[in-house]
Design a protein around this ligand. Structure first.
Ligand code: PMP
Length: 286
C-alpha cells in the first residue's frame, strides 16, 4: 500500500509529495513539529500536542496555519487513508518558501509549509522493550538554549543516538552542569521509594506532553512527585529510572553508563505508571 502524505492541503502518494529547495525548513531548520501516537485507530493526547504546537509556532513568530479542529480533521483523514491502527502521525510546519535564501524572516505573504505523514507501528503499545528496559549512556548537552521549542533542528540528538548505538545501548541522556536535562527524544526520571523525580520545566528541556500526563497520573496514584534536577550518580543509585515520550510512552531504564539501576530489571512503579498511562490515554483517545 502506497503511503499517502499531506502537503499544504493536498493528500498525495509519498513519491509525489514536493517541497521547495528554498523552504526554510530545509535551509535553516526553521520549523517545528509534533508526533502524535495512534492506538486502535485513535489519537493519543491530541489536545496536548495542539497546545504545544501553537506555543512553538508563537515563540518563533510563525502563524498557525490551522485551527485545532482543522488539525484534528487532517490527522483523522491521514489515519483513515493509510489504514493506521497503531503508529504515529508526524506533523511539521516550516516558515515556508520565500523564493530565495535569506537569514531575515520573510513577510506574511509567505505561507508556512505543512507536511504530515504516518508511520505504521503495529503493536506499538506492546513494545517488548518495556519488559526488559533501556540501557542509556550520558553525553554532554551542547544543544541550543530554547529546547522548549520543538524545532526540527535535531542533528545533535541524532549524534547522541548514534553515540548510544555505537556503545551498544538504546539511548543517551544529556548532562549539563553536572545534572541530567533529558533524553535524546524523551524526558528522564528516577524513582526513589514512592517518589518520582524529574527535572522542572524551563527552556532547558522540551515540555513533554507525556510528562505532563504521567506526572498527573502519578499524583493521582498517591505517588510523590518532585520536580528538580538529578545527577547521573543519583540516577545510578535510584530504585528505578524511566523515560517518557509520545511514542515510547513510559519506558523503564535499567542501566546508566554501565551501572545497573536497582535490580537491573524494570521495577514495579514504572510498570504501574506505564499501565495507568496506556489505560487512561486509550480511554481519552480521539
Ligand atoms: N524531550 C525531547 C528532546 C523530545 O524530543 C521529546 C519527544 N519529542 C520529549 C522530550 C518527549 O515529549 P513528548 O512526551 O511530548 O513526546
Amino acid at each position: 500500500m502506497t503511503r499517502i502524505v499531506h502537503v499544504n492541503g493536498a493528500f498525495v502518494p509519498e513519491a509525489e509529495a514536493v517541497v521547495s529547495v528554498f523552504d526554510r525548513g530545509f535551509l535553516m531548520a526553521d520549523g517545528v513539529y509534533e508526533v502524535t501516537s495512534v492506538l486502535g485507530g485513535k489519537l493519543i493526547d491530541f489536545a496536548g500536542h495542539c497546545v504545544r504546537l501553537a506555543r512553538s509556532l508563537s515563540e518563533l513568530e510563525m502563524t498557525n496555519p490551522h485551527t485545532d479542529a482543522e488539525w484534528l480533521a487532517l490527522h483523522h483523514e491521514l489515519v483513515a487513508r493509510n489504514g493506521i491502527v497503531d503508529g504515529m502521525i508526524y506533523l511539521q510546519v516550516t516558515r515556508g518558501n520565500p523564493g530565495d535564501r535569506d537569514f531575515a524572516y520573510p513577510g506574511p505573504e509567505v505561507k508556512p509549509t505543512v507536511v504530515m505523514f504516518t508511520q505504521s507501528k503495529p503493536g506499538l503499545a506492546e513494545n517488548p522493550a518495556a519488559k526488559t528496559g533501556w540501557k542509556v549512556i550520558s553525553i554532554p548537552d551542547i544543544r541550543w538554549g530554547r529546547r522548549d521549542i520543538k524545532t526540527v533542528q535535531l542533528l545533535y540528538p541524532s549524534m547522541a543516538k548514534m553515540a548510544a548505538k555505537k556503545a551498544g545501548v538504546d539511548d543517551s541522556w544529556f548532562v549539563e552542569e553536572g545534572v541530567v536535562t533529558e533524553g535524546t527524544s524523551n524526558n528522564a526520571y528516577i524513582v526513589k521509594g514512592n517518589r518520582i523525580i524529574t527535572r522542572q520545566l524551563s527552556s532547558d528541556i522540551l515540555h513533554g506532553i507525556t510528562r505532563s500526563a504521567v506526572l498527573r497520573f502519578a499524583a493521582e496514584a498517591q505517588m510523590e512527585v518532585e520536580e528538580r534536577p538529578f545527577t547521573i550518580a543519583e540516577a545510578q543509585g535510584a530504585d528505578e529510572a524511566f523515560i517518557t515520550s509520545a511514542s515510547a510512552f513510559v519506558m523503564p531504564v535499567v542501566e546508566i553508563d554501565g551501572a545497573s539501576v536497582g535490580t537491573g530489571k524494570p521495577g514495579s512503579i514504572v510498570a504501574r505508571l506505564r499501565e495507568i498511562y496506556l489505560e487512561e490515554m486509550r480511554k481519552a483517545a480521539v
